[in-house]
Design a binder for this molecule. Structure first.
Ligand SMILES: [Ca+2]
Ligand SMILES: [Ca+2]
Ligand SMILES: [Ca+2]
Ligand SMILES: [Ca+2]
Length: 412
């Protein structure tokens, strides 16, 4: 449905979404890291097609189910998404109507690998609600699961996507006929709390988090025009080091109206900030606008607004991002690695690649010709064109006085 003034228009025909059926829990989120919302469906029954649709950016979608490892997305009661390993893509937790729940790791392109066993999150118990939040403020997303035939579960993340069951000691291991659940900071103390809904005339549960640290930041995001709630905005957290010379990516969230079956999480964004001492935040709005702020202290609760777009030559544009970040894929790599760059001050990026001995082996300069993203593909060769050996390489990117650094592992 497309909003048009005070009414909606059915635009299903021609959108690429015509043939979806038997879906129980659809959710829009950015699956492939290009800041537009794609569509993920879990099936009420066995799902043979229609699991995942990539947004083409023009109001149409392409079914990419066949190359996204869709097997296992059937019998879904609920799906919740979050970046569990802080590698800048959203992963999925699927509550199953039959058997164990499953955790799926995104490779950044929308291909999902089942990591239920490795992540230690494959509880059964006919779960109908699950929600990610950083309950211990250490910088990674933890997981609450509301089950209907077994007690409720709480898992703490070790920062890599491996979880520890702390249900009993946390106090949530209570039995009731669980339904949906929501997370939010009910008492506004910076610690994420939980409401677990129960059905069949059983009382709901409210769990108030007893942490007392100040390792968090909360951001109320104000959108514009027809999207005042800023739904679909992607909020990125960076630690800020050495003044404003380095911005290191820490975590990201997407503001979503979808949370769990019959529930919505609080729309105020909460990050645990771990040991970071100074923070920067960047928000990518669905309109294309970007908002940024730096020099934020842990323990802060701030408001950020969507900036007005500036019209130039009848084309909407926005100020280029002030700070620079880089991400690499795949990593480790075998033949080539794609280094995506966002932000920076000048018209060019300079890229220097160092080996483990600290020797500069490759230097390149590319145009920053897109205000949002540019990329460089390193072919694993040095300045002489010779292939370099397996090992860890340090990649430094410069844009004016801004720098970004990342490590890449080459496996021959
Ligand atoms: Ca996308
Ligand atoms: Ca991830
Ligand atoms: Ca955590
Ligand atoms: Ca709280």
């Amino acid at each position: 449905m497309q909003y048009a003034g005070n009414t909606f228009i059915d635009i299903t025909t021609g959108s690429g979404l015509e043939n979806i059926e038997n879906v129980f829990c659809p959710v829009f989120f950015d699956i492939d890291g290009d800041y537009d919302d794609d569509l993920f469906n879990a099936g009420n029954w066995e799902l043979n097609y229609g699991a995942l649709f990539r947004n083409n950016g023009d109001g149409t979608f392409t079914d990419i189910s066949t190359n996204t490892n869709q097997g296992g997305f059937g019998f879904g009661q609920e799906v919740t998404f979050g970046d569990i390993d802080n590698d800048r893509d959203f992963d999925i937790y699927l509550c199953s109507g039959f058997g164990a729940n499953s955790m799926w790791e995104n490779d950044g392109t929308g291909f999902f690998t089942n990591i239920t066993a490795e992540s230690n999150t494959g509880c059964g118990g006919y779960s109908r609600g699950a929600s990610f939040a950083d309950f211990d403020n250490d910088g990674d997303l933890d997981l609450f699961v509301n089950r209907s035939t077994e007690p409720k579960m709480l898992y703490l993340n070790d920062s890599t996507g491996v979880f520890t069951d702390v249900s009993v000691q946390s106090g949530v291991y209570l039995f009731a006929n669980g339904f949906g659940c929501s997370t939010g900071d009910i008492d506004n103390d910076g610690q994420m709390d939980i409401i677990a809904a129960n059905c069949c005339y059983e009382q709901n549960f409210v769990f108030i988090n007893q942490n007392t640290d100040t390792n968090f930041v909360k951001i109320k995001v104000m959108g514009r025009n027809t999207n005042t709630l800023a739904l679909g905005a992607i909020v990125e957290l960076f630690s800020q080091e050495q003044g404003d010379r380095y911005f290191k990516f820490k975590a990201m969230r997407e503001i979503s109206s979808h949370a769990t079956l019959h529930g919505t999480n609080e729309l105020v964004v909460h990050f645990g900030t771990g040991s970071a001492t100074k923070l920067a935040i960047r928000i990518h709005f669905q309109s294309g606008a970007i908002a940024e702020t730096t020099d934020v202290d842990p323990g802060s609760m701030i408001i950020m607004e969507e900036p007005e777009m500036v019209a130039v030559d009848n084309q909407h544009t926005e100020l280029p991002s002030r700070f620079l970040t880089a991400k690499a894929y795949p990593n480790p790599f075998n033949n080539s690695i794609k280094i995506s760059l966002v932000g920076g001050k000048s018209a060019d990026y300079r890229i220097d690649i160092y080996n483990i001995m600290g020797e500069k082996i490759r230097s390149e300069r590319i145009k920053n010709n897109n205000p949002l993203t540019s990329f460089y593909i390193w072919d694993g060769r040095n300045n002489n064109g010779d292939g370099v050996g397996s090992g860890i390489y340090l990649i430094k990117v410069y844009s004016g006085s801004r720098q970004a650094r990342l490590k890449a592992a080459l496996l021959r």
